[in-house]
Write a protein that binds this ligand. Structure first.
Ligand SMILES: [Fe+2]
Ligand SMILES: [Fe+2]
Length: 148
């Protein structure tokens, strides 16, 4: 079976989840030099995931369906919420504030799980249905998007 928006982006969610788990482990062990690296990786990859959705997939979906104020708008708002928490987590990493970090990471974990579930169970399926064979073009465009 060929790759779908759903399979490609769901796999990317799993990769980000794994990096997030690595991050929590390295913070727990208070190896702060390592934490900075792991955090930078996780941050870049999650940002890249949001970019693939916001710069490529959402606009294509909106163009095809005319639905601009619906699910994609809600997903954008949730990305913003998560990005805000991430920037606070970055400060905690810089200040080696383990306890505060874990308060935030628990919140981020919850938001991420709920967000990803909505995308995987609803939005990605809708997008695949609307795009049909053009899905592969959109996937290529997402893969070409550079990491910041
Ligand atoms: Fe998303
Ligand atoms: Fe996503």
């Amino acid at each position: 079976m060929s790759e779908t928006i759903s399979s490609f982006l769901t796999q990317d969610h799993r990769n980000c989840d794994e990096e997030f788990a690595n991050l929590e482990n390295s913070v727990a062990s208070e190896n702060w030099t390592e934490v900075e690296k792991v955090f930078a990786n996780f941050f870049a990859d999650l940002q890249h995931h949001f970019d693939m959705e916001e710069k490529v997939m959402f606009p294509t979906f909106e163009e095809r369906t005319g639905m601009t104020g619906g699910p994609t708008q809600m997903m954008r708002m949730e990305h913003q919420q998560m990005t805000q928490i991430l920037s606070q987590m970055k400060e905690d990493v810089a200040n080696k504030n383990k306890d505060h970090f874990f308060g935030l990471s628990e919140t981020l974990m919850m938001l991420m799980q709920q967000h990803n579930m909505k995308e995987e169970q609803m939005l990605y399926r809708m997008v695949d249905n609307h795009l049909g064979a053009d899905a592969s073009l959109v996937i290529t465009e997402m893969k070409d998007l550079e990491r910041v």
